[in-house]
Each structure stands twice: as structure tokens, then as C-alpha cells.
Design a protein around this ligand. Structure first.
Ligand code: NAD
Ligand code: UFG
Length: 348
């Protein structure tokens, strides 16, 4: 029988792409999301893209901090596993509003874990982040590197990782995979789903895309005095569909093996500078991205990229796409949906 997966935050950027890959892979998918940073239209599009599998997707508008609502979802379906994306993710906002981040991300997660345990569903994939490596002393980052947090958002990831390790230590029935994402970019190749952040984008590619469609005048480049080939920061950009497939690989591992609590990097293992990424996007879009050079952004690391060996070896997963495909698909999404899922009127 098809397995049922609860996807928290499934209307969001990574969640919607993962929900689609799950449906296409034959899973039943239930999404819970409070739509705080997303639109239900994303899920309508997922259904359209899922074709014959569309009816295997259900959605409940639920905030994970609403214990009764979460209980009701678990009472109505017996889940084989949970993929937990739901959370707030804006680093700068987390510095301004730490309690909001601790409340939303940590309380939401504790609620979820308690309800899961009460319903005997103890199989979890959690969205962690390369942010837990802080400013790494060397690269590529392996899963054994020391962990640190430079801001409240990063601390929520660290705390939740620790909570997961603790609950699995206390109860061996838990099977947990923590996935540390590097820098997800791009969109589904159809151009029908993609990233649609509320307000001014914090991340590089959503900002670049808004410059390309004329919503912003220029990209500010944060720092061109790093010790990198062109002076700009280096990151490991990963196509969101590769990332989504990484979750299916994680689920397969959880269903097939005695896992305990394991952690895997999801990246490509390749580093790209800001200027290289901008050049690749300009090529894909045939648009010029005006640049303004500025000082370093506080808290930014110089060079971060993943060691992908553990995921390749143990999850049998490897990223397929390079930055050309990432930029091609990002532009396809942006040009078809210059205002994301919304209209120009309700966008900053
Ligand atoms: P996103 O904001 O697009 O998706 C997160 C979703 O969670 C949103 O739809 C939001 O409405 C929902 N949500 C937030 N709080 C909720 C709550 N209390 N109850 C129910 N729903 C809630 O972000 P994303 O880029 O898809 O990221 C998904 C996960 O991956 C997050 O946990 C994020 O921290 C993590 N992550 C993202 C990146 C990245 O660069 N995008 C990198 C590393 C880790
Ligand atoms: N950058 C700019 N201008 C911008 C935005 C970004 O020059 O307007 C630069 C940054 O300085 C950095 C690179 O582009 O060198 C990438 O920046 P992002 O903000 O896109 O990504 P980060 O690596 O800084 O952080 C992101 C998420 C974090 C997450 C981390 C690792 O924002 O939440 O990836 O997954 F933890």
C-alpha cells in the first residue's frame, strides 16, 4: 500500500517541490502549512503538475503551534513518516525578533514531535541547514564538523538537531534524518512552481530574479574583498528539484534500514561565487543585472560548500543539475510568474 507522508511547510518553496516529487513517486501526501510565507496556489499548481496523482494530495491550513489542530490531522490519517519543513527562515528578521523565531520554530517542532510520538509515528526527516557550520575553518564541510550558530535562526536549527538527537537517544523507536541543505535555488522545469518570498528577498537568487523582471533596480553585492577568485562569497548552490529528490532518498533509507538519528549534507560539492552566479543568470535570461558593490553582510561566511560523500554513499543520492540548469529554471519561473503567485498590487 502507498505510504502516507505528512509534509509540514509543504506550501513553501522546498516543500512544494518535495510534495510534487513525492506524489510522482507514488506517495500519499498531506500538507500542513499556516501559509505565513506561502500561497495555497503553489499547491494547486503541484496538483496540476502531478496529473493522475493529484488526488493523493491533501492540504490543511494549520499552524504547528496549534496543538489541537495538529492532533486532528494525526487523528484523521496514519502517517508512515513526517517531513518537517515548516519554520521561519529569514536570518535578519531572526536577529530583530528572536522570540518569534524561538516560538515558531522550536515550539512548533516540539508540538509536532509530541503529537507524532503520541500517535506512534516516529519517523522524521528534518530541514536543517549549512548555517550550523558557521564560518567553517575549511571546506568542504563534512557532517562531523563542529557546529555553531551566528544568529537566532541558526540557533533554532542547532537546537532542533539536538532535540532530535535527544529524543532518539531516549527512545530507540525514533528514526530521524537531519538534512543540512546548502543553497537551494532554481525551480521546477515547468516554471509553474518556484520561490516566492514575501517582502524584500534576503537570498541572492530571488533578489537577482526580481532585478531581472524589473522589480528592483540593482543587486547589491555584499563584499568583494573575500579571499576568493573574484573577491565575492562562495556558496554551494543546489537545484531545488535535486534537493526534493534528496528527501525521497532519505525516506527510502528510513523505511529500509535501522537509522537512529543520522545527518546528511545536501549540496553539490561545488563552490560558486556571487559574480559567477550572476553571470550564469545573465546568460540564461539574456538580461543585464546591474550591480552595486557594498561591504560584507554581517555574519556571512567567506566560502561554504558541502562534502557530498556521505549522502552519495548512504542515501545513494547525488545532485544532477549544475548552475546553468538552476539559472535556466529560475528564469523560466520568474519570466512566467514575475510576481510569484500573487499580483503586483500585493507585493512590496
Ligand atoms: P518557505 O518559507 O518557503 O517554507 C516554509 C513554510 O513553512 C512556509 O510555507 C510557511 O508558511 C510555513 N510555516 C512557517 N511556520 C509555520 C508554522 N508554525 N506552522 C505551519 N506552517 C509554518 O521556506 P523554504 O525555503 O521552503 O524552507 C523550508 C525549510 O528549509 C525551512 O525550515 C528552512 O529553514 C529550511 N532551509 C531553507 C534554506 C533555504 O535557503 N531556502 C536553506 C536551509 C534550510
Ligand atoms: N548576496 C549578495 N547580495 C544579496 C544577497 C546575497 O551579495 O542581495 C551574497 C551573500 O553575501 C553570499 C551569497 O550571496 O555571499 C549567498 O547569500 P544567500 O543569502 O543567498 O545565502 P547564505 O549562504 O548567506 O544563506 C542561506 C540561507 C540561510 C541558510 C544558508 C545555508 O539564507 O538560511 O543559506 O543553507 F542557512
Amino acid at each position: 500500500m502507498a505510504k502516507s507522508i505528512l509534509v509540514t511547510g509543504g506550501a513553501g518553496y522546498i516543500g512544494s517541490h518535495t510534495a510534487l516529487q513525492l506524489l510522482l513517486g507514488g506517495y500519499n501526501v498531506v500538507v500542513v502549512d499556516n501559509l505565513d510565507n506561502s500561497s495555497e496556489i503553489a499547491l494547486q499548481r503541484v496538483k496540476e503538475l502531478a496529473g493522475e496523482f493529484a488526488s493523493n494530495l491533501a492540504f490543511h491550513k494549520v499552524d504547528l503551534r496549534d496543538r489541537t489542530a495538529v492532533e486532528n490531522v494525526f487523528s484523521s490519517t496514519k502517517f508512515d513518516a513526517v517531513i518537517h519543513f515548516a519554520g521561519l527562515k529569514a536570518v535578519g528578521e531572526s536577529v530583530q525578533k528572536p522570540l518569534l523565531y524561538y516560538n515558531n520554530n522550536i515550539i512548533g517542532t516540539i508540538n509536532l514531535l509530541e503529537v507524532m510520538a503520541a500517535h506512534g509515528c516516529k519517523t522524521l526527516v528534518f530541514s536543517s541547514s549549512a548555517t550550523v557550520y558557521g564560518w567553517p575553518k575549511e571546506v568542504p564541510c563534512t557532517e562531523e564538523f563542529p557546529l555553531s550558530a551566528a544568529n537566532p535562526y541558526g540557533r533554532t536549527k542547532l537546537f532542533i538537531e539536538e532535540i532530535c538527537r535527544d529524543i532518539q537517544h531516549g527512545d530507540a523507536e525514533w528514526k530521524i534524518i537531519l538534512l543540512r541543505y546548502f543553497n537551494p535555488v532554481g525551480a521546477h522545469s515547468s516554471g509553474h512552481i518556484g520561490e516566492d518570498p514575501r517582502g524584500i528577498p534576503n537570498n541572492l537568487m530571488p533578489f537577482v530574479q526580481q532585478v531581472a523582471v524589473g522589480r528592483r533596480p540593482h543587486l547589491t553585492v555584499y563584499g568583494n574583498d573575500y579571499k576568493t577568485k573574484d573577491g565575492t562569497g562562495v556558496r554551494d548552490y543546489i537545484h531545488v528539484v535535486d534537493l526534493a529528490d534528496g528527501h525521497i532518498a532519505a525516506l527510502k533509507k528510513l523505511f529500509a534500514a535501522d537509522v537512529g538519528c543520522e545527518v546528511y549534507n545536501l549540496g553539490t560539492g561545488k563552490g560558486t561565487t556571487v559574480l559567477e552566479m550572476v553571470a550564469a543568470f545573465e546568460k540564461a535570461s539574456e538580461k543585464k543585472i546591474p550591480l552595486v558593490m557594498a561591504g560584507r553582510r554581517p555574519g556571512d561566511a567567506e566560502v561554504v560548500y558541502a562534502s557530498t560523500e556521505k549522502a552519495e554513499r548512504e542515501l545513494n543520492w547525488k545532485a544532477n543539475y549544475g548552475i546553468e540548469e538552476m539559472c535556466r529554471d529560475q528564469w523560466n519561473w520568474a519570466s512566467k510568474n514575475p510576481y510569484g503567485y500573487g499580483s503586483p498590487d500585493n507585493k512590496d
